[in-house]
Ligand binder design. Structure first.
Ligand code: FES
Ligand code: FES
Length: 177
């Protein structure tokens, strides 16, 4: 069915008007220690801005629903799922992605442990595991097995590399003393 002459589709259909995306705003983000200014609708998932505007491809799109962890980043040091965080909510906060996890030019101990244990298969999910484990070790340097399993429980790996990943996290904790 066509719209009445002169009326936009949104005007003709109030429900469509309600669902129309909000206009872009200027948002300042501090990512891996660098301040960026982006133009984005405030409700845009942080993940989209990181990947599409800032070309940071460490965080992955998995489910887009906060259920798999592939998109995990740190927000003020806490592991969060960037597919569920509106970009405006991250303004003024400290965002760290996989690219900025280790010191310049070096791997973070968790990254090194994942390499040493070959703790991945396809690698698609591994961002979530590394970022979540790094946040855990930052707040609990010597976690118990139960604490490691609890912190990582919400992450999904379709390849079934879980046991190698758990070994890698234990190895990273030991390497940090
Ligand atoms: S892509 Fe964000 S939790 Fe799955
Ligand atoms: S290593 Fe393939 S999904 Fe986890």
């Amino acid at each position: 069915m066509s719209s009445p002459a002169g009326a936009s589709p949104a005007a003709a259909h109030p429900a469509a008007a309600a669902a129309a995306p909000s206009p872009a705003a200027t948002i300042r983000l501090t990512v891996n220690g660098v301040v960026h200014t982006v133009q984005a609708a405030p409700g845009t998932p942080l993940l989209y801005v990181l990947r599409d505007d800032l070309a940071l491809r460490g965080p992955r799109f998995g489910c887009g629903l906060g259920q798999c962890g592939a998109c995990t980043v740190h927000l003020d040091g806490a592991a969060v799922r960037s597919c569920t965080i509106p970009v405006a909510a991250a303004a003024g906060r400290r965002i760290t992605t996989l690219e900025g996890l280790g010191p310049a030019g070096r791997l973070h101990p968790v990254q090194q442990a994942f390499v040493d244990e070959q703790a991945m298969q396809c690698g698609y999910c591994v961002n979530g595991w590394i970022m979540t484990a790094a946040a855990l070790l930052a707040r609990t340097p010597n976690p118990s097995d139960a604490e490691v399993r609890s912190a990582l429980a919400g992450l999904i790996c379709r390849c079934g590399a879980h046991m190698r990943m758990l070994r890698a996290v234990r190895r990273a904790a030991q390497s940090r003393g």
